[in-house]
Design a protein around this ligand. Structure first.
Ligand code: BG6
Length: 481
């Protein structure tokens, strides 16, 4: 374990919001309990809500857990952690308010600290906050200590043009080196393992191409509706919320060529290369859906258009399945089916690599062909890796059945699986950008979905209705070759 060096101030913009309370402060507390954070450490929350320091601490405490510090030590660690937390209410676009924050940070005399700004704020105020911080003179343009770094949450823009604009405007305040565009899926253990699975094992790379792979599925389902997020979700929809970022990042890690080195630069170079070989999705290659009212798990669920703050004529997709094709020698002709849906029948995220069927086989003569092999990478829940093989059932007859070689994380690694945010926050402090999105990756990812998004918005395309708690609309049209 390496402890982060130097004094550190962590400033969370949007500190009273859900993301800060549920994810960021708990992850910081976990790192604190594990001894990763420096001794000279302070946290500052900034948001519009008027709260005292104690009220703020009370709100954070609700989501802190003792999983890394069981027993009595947890109470001591928690009170130490909370005593380092201060809060200030203000307006996001006000440089005067940022100056007040700066004064609060300067109040205790000590040597200059590194400053990590976490933007846990709605995308509509990213620029206001960064300009106000810039005007207040709080940003240092150096990579040397003491540094300032900014972690920006997705979505980065609404389409290619607005994303370029955001990059350009943020660039007036922060250098690209200081910007950490976070996609928390890249911090998930199984996703971090994708490169190891592919490039630290001899067995997969020779068959990781169109000659052996028939189709790849990247599936993401959630069994929740809006949960009070209409204000954000209705103007973004599931493509911008999940597909353009989380799912394309998974796809890039599955499909990219082997980087020369495992460095941030080489890995991201390869991701960009493969993303640029994907043609923009057309409507013919997409199915759009929106959930409707249903009774599910013994409860009446409202449909999307009846959710509070959603217009009764909203066409925002809550489901999308798209067929992506990669125009390079490795993948030409292999469909990547990327599917995401809210309010479905389960919370589940997995990648399925379906291998081709064997053309002739000792054991399939006179019978149907054998089931093809399949590699499943289960991202969540129940993290695991499964390889479906044909196997002889024990007995005097020759009966074949499909069975899984399975690597379940819960039994293989009974210890704790770190939360994605813990890992990513630590990387920011260490200055490691491997798991963050570079601006050219972002551009390539927007290029894939921007034409479809414009068509949806301009033509107000009516999505297919699917019942809350179901498997979503039929997607056969994008599966046909
Ligand atoms: C966020 C999306 O990025 O990821 C949410 O904005 C989604 O809509 C969430 O619910 C899912 O994250 P996780 O880690 O629970 O899979």
């Amino acid at each position: 374990m390496t402890k982060i060096s130097g004094p550190l101030d962590i400033v969370v913009m949007g500190a009273s919001g859900d993301l800060a309370r549920r994810k960021i402060f708990p992850a910081l507390f976990s790192l604190f309990c594990q001894g990763y954070l420096p001794d000279q450490l302070r946290f500052f929350g900034f948001a519009r809500s008027k709260l005292t320091d104690d009220e703020f601490r009370g709100r954070i405490t609700e989501h802190l857990t003792c999983r890394y510090a069981p027993g009595e030590s947890c109470a001591d660690l928690m009170s130490d952690f909370l005593s380092r937390c201060r809060y200030m209410a203000g307006n996001y676009g006000s440089s005067e308010d940022m100056l007040d924050l700066y004064q609060l940070m300067q109040a205790e005399k000590r040597c200059e600290a590194n400053i990590l700004f976490y933007f846990a704020i709605p995308p509509s105020v990213f620029l206001d906050v960064s300009r106000a911080l810039g005007d207040a003179g709080m940003i240092r343009c150096t990579q040397e200590e003491p540094w300032t770094r900014a972690v920006i949450e997705k979505p980065f823009g609404q389409d290619r043009e607005s994303s370029d604009n955001l990059t350009c405007e943020l660039g007036k305040v922060f250098t690209e080196d200081a910007i950490y565009r976070i996609d928390h899926y890249l911090g998930k253990e199984v996703i971090q393992n994708l490169m190891v699975l592919r490039f630290a094992n001899l067995v997969f790379e020779p068959i990781w191409n169109r000659h052996y792979i028939e189709r790849v599925w990247i599936d993401w389902r959630e069994d929740l509706g809006l949960e009070g997020r209409a204000g954000y979700f209705d103007s973004y929809g599931v493509i911008r919320d999940v597909m353009q970022n989380h799912l394309l990042q998974i796809l890039a890690l599955i499909a990219m060529d082997k980087p020369q080195q495992a460095s941030a630069q080489h890995v991201r170079d390869e991701k960009v290369k493969v993303l640029r070989r994907i043609s923009p999705v057309t409507l013919d290659h997409a199915v759009l859906g929106q959930y409707g009212a249903a009774t599910w798990r013994d409860k009446d669920r409202v449909g999307y258009r009846q959710e509070p703050d959603v217009s009764p004529s909203s066409c925002t997709p809550t489901f999308c399945a798209a067929r992506l094709e990669i125009d390079n020698d490795r993948w030409r002709g292999v469909p990547f089916i990327v599917r995401a849906g809210k309010a479905m029948n389960a919370k589940e995220n997995e990648v399925r690599i379906q291998f081709r069927s064997m053309e002739s086989n000792l054991f399939s003569s006179g019978r149907r062909t054998l089931p093809p092999n399949e590699l499943v990478v289960r991202i969540q829940p129940n993290e695991g890796i499964y390889l479906g093989l044909n196997n002889k059932e024990p007995g005097h007859d020759l009966t074949l059945e499909k069975r899984d070689l399975d690597l379940r994380y819960a039994s293989a690694y009974p210890g704790m699986i770190p939360d994605a945010y813990e890992c990513l926050l630590l990387d920011v402090m260490e200055g490691d950008k491997s798991l963050f999105i570079r601006s050219d990756e972002l551009e390539a990812a927007w290029d894939i979905f921007t034409p479809l998004l414009h068509k949806i918005d301009e033509d107000k395309l009516e999505p297919d209705l699917y019942p809350f708690g179901s498997y979503g609309p039929v997607i056969d049209k994008i599966l046909l070759d």
